[in-house]
Design a protein around this ligand. Structure first.
Ligand code: PGA
Length: 252
């Protein structure tokens, strides 16, 4: 089997203006011209069209950080998967822990968002991860198994083979306490085994599993060196061109 390609996604959360995003992409794009990694930026909705325009013809893909679980209709304030595609977004983060915690998204909502996105050709990145309390009480595997089974319920083996999952332990997000490479490897091997048991060997081998949570230029390479870490989801360190480029390009 050919090795899985590496994917690095920046998650800007609620940061950046249009002018800042355009400048960021203009500075980042030339630095990325020789990388073989997939590079993406998950931006606020207001930046989708300008960032997509600025990154046209480069290796940088633009995506959203959230999507409605409805397709269209009287849902004031919502943005559909088709609208994200229309604005130039190629992918969308679904079920980020901040959305689960602050906006009460559960696995059933995440599942609807995933399915609706896939239906129109928008690539979802399904975020999962255990809280500190679940981690400390030894429930990590149970939590991740049910998140995977419930979030991905109803997807075909072929859809799973092309899917991206981001394992982000909640206790590692924004805390400067990333999981060790060994912990990320152990947990992501477990996630892969759940996929394999449920959707078959090929789906388990092909699915892309990212690690996220306090990734920075100093720990990125050792995390990426793990065989079951297929890439990174980067929050804070993706807001600066220099640190994001160092994460993608590795130690020089
Ligand atoms: P962080 O955020 O890199 O700032 O910890 C990661 C994320 O929330 O996706």
């Amino acid at each position: 089997m050919p090795p899985r390609s590496v994917t690095i996604i920046g998650n800007w959360k609620m940061h950046q203006t249009i002018a800042e995003a355009e400048r960021f992409v203009a500075e980042l794009a030339p630095l990325m011209s020789h990388t073989s990694h997939h590079v993406g930026l998950a931006v606020p909705f207001t930046l989708l069209a300008p960032a997509a325009k600025a990154s046209a013809g480069t290796v940088i893909a633009i995506g959203a950080q959230n999507v409605s679980d409805y397709e269209a209709g009287p849902y004031t304030g919502e943005i559909s998967p088709a609208m994200i595609l229309d604005a130039g977004g190629a992918f969308v983060l679904v079920g980020h822990s901040e959305r689960r915690r602050l906006f009460h998204e559960d696995n059933a909502v995440v599942n609807r968002k995933l399915r609706n996105s896939l239906q129109v050709g928008l690539k979802p990145v399904c975020c999962i991860g255990e809280t500190l309390e679940q981690h400390q009480s030894g429930k990590t595997h149970d939590v991740l198994r049910s998140q995977l089974l419930q979030c991905l319920d109803g997807l075909s083996a072929n859809q799973i083979a092309h899917l991206t999952v981001a394992y982000e332990p909640v206790w590692a997000i924004g805390t400067n306490r990333a999981a060790t490479p060994e912990m990320a490897q152990e947990t992501q091997t477990f996630c892969r085994s759940v996929i394999e048991t449920e959707w078959g060997k090929r789906a388990g081998e092909r699915i892309t599993i990212l690690y996220g949570g306090s990734v920075n230029p100093n720990n990125a390479a050792s995390l990426l060196a793990q065989p079951d870490v297929d890439g990174l989801l980067v929050g804070n360190a993706s807001l600066n061109v220099d640190s994001f480029a160092k994460i993608v390009l590795g130690p020089i």
